[in-house]
Ligand binder design. Structure first.
Ligand code: IPE
Ligand code: IPE
Ligand code: MG
Length: 239
C-alpha cells in the first residue's frame, strides 16, 4: 500500500513573471565546519548541490539561472581554499561538457576571466561555444564583482567617446547584456546582504534570504521561495 506516503504539495510551474532566478550560494564553509570538516569539504558538497538545484529550476520552468560561484573578493581567502574552489570549477566544466545536452544547459560565465588559468579559460570558452544551442541559460559568476563590472562598462563607454549615456547603454555593456535582469535573488547562509552581486541588475529583483546553508538547500526550499515570490506585489514604484 502506498497510502502511507506523505503527499507532496504539487510543484508550482512558473510562468513569465519568474523567468530568472539568481542564487548567492553561501554557507559552504560553515556547513563543513559544523561537521568538523575542512571548508573544502563544504565546497565539494556545495558544488554537488548546485548541479541538483540548477536541474530542479529547469524542471519547474525557470529559463535563466545565475549563480554566484566566486567573487572578486574571494581571492583574499587562504590559498588552499582558493585552489580547491578552482579545482572544483575545472572539474565542473569537464562534467558539464559531457552532460550539457542531457540537461539542455547553455553556459555563460560572467566576471573577469582574464586572470584565470589558461587551461580554465580554454574550458570556459569551449563550454560556452559548444552549448550555445541549448535552452536553459546558466550564468556562472566567476571572479565576478558588480562594481568591477560597472567600472568596466563605464570605461568601455568612455573609450567610445560617448556622451549622454543611457541606462540601456550601461545594461548592454554589463556581463549580463545577453539576458534580462533577475526576477528573484535567493541568498542562502543567513547573511542579509548582496556582497557585490548584480548591483545594477538587482534594482527591482525580489530578494529572498534563508538561513539554510547552501549544501542543504532542497527543492522544497526553492518551492517555498517561488511561493513567496508569487505572493509579493511588484509595484516598480507604482501603486
Ligand atoms: C560560499 O560559501 C562559497 C563561496 C564564497 C565560494 P562560503 O565559503 O562563503 O561559506 P561560509 O559563508 O564561509 O559558510
Ligand atoms: C558571496 O559570499 C560570494 C559567493 C557566494 C561566491 P561570501 O561568503 O564571499 O560573502 P560575504 O563575505 O559573507 O559578504
Ligand atoms: Mg560566505
Amino acid at each position: 500500500m502506498l497510502g502511507w506516503r506523505k503527499k507532496r504539495a504539487p510543484v508550482r510551474l512558473v510562468d513569465d513573471k519568474l523567468r530568472h532566478i539568481a542564487f548567492i550560494m553561501d554557507g559552504n564553509g560553515r556547513w563543513a565546519q559544523k561537521r568538523g570538516m575542512p571548508r573544502e569539504f563544504g565546497h565539494v558538497n556545495g558544488a554537488a548541490n548546485f548541479k541538483r538545484i540548477v536541474r530542479y529550476c529547469g524542471d519547474i520552468g525557470i529559463k535563466i539561472v545565475t549563480v554566484y560561484a566566486f567573487s572578486t573578493e574571494n581571492w583574499t581567502r587562504p590559498q588552499n581554499e582558493v585552489n580547491a574552489i578552482m579545482k572544483l570549477l575545472s572539474e565542473y566544466t569537464d562534467m558539464a561538457a559531457d552532460e550539457m545536452d542531457v540537461h539542455n544547459i547553455r553556459y555563460r560565465f560572467i566576471g573577469d576571466r582574464s586572470v584565470l588559468s589558461e587551461e580554465l579559460i580554454g574550458r570556459i570558452n569551449r563550454l560556452e561555444r559548444d552549448s550555445e544551442k541549448n535552452e536553459l541559460l546558466l550564468n556562472i559568476a566567476l571572479n565576478y564583482g558588480a562594481r568591477k563590472e560597472l567600472v568596466s562598462a563605464f570605461n568601455a563607454l568612455a573609450m567610445q567617446g560617448r556622451a549622454n549615456i543611457t541606462e540601456r547603454d550601461i545594461s548592454e555593456h554589463l556581463y549580463t547584456a545577453h539576458c534580462p535582469d533577475p526576477d528573484l535573488i535567493i541568498r542562502t547562509g543567513g547573511e542579509i546582504r548582496l556582497s557585490n552581486f548584480l548591483l545594477w541588475q538587482a534594482a527591482y529583483a525580489e530578494l529572498y534570504f534563508t538561513d539554510v546553508l547552501w549544501p542543504d538547500l532542497k527543492s522544497s526550499d526553492i518551492d517555498e521561495a517561488v511561493r513567496v515570490f508569487y505572493s509579493r506585489k511588484r509595484r516598480y514604484g507604482g501603486i
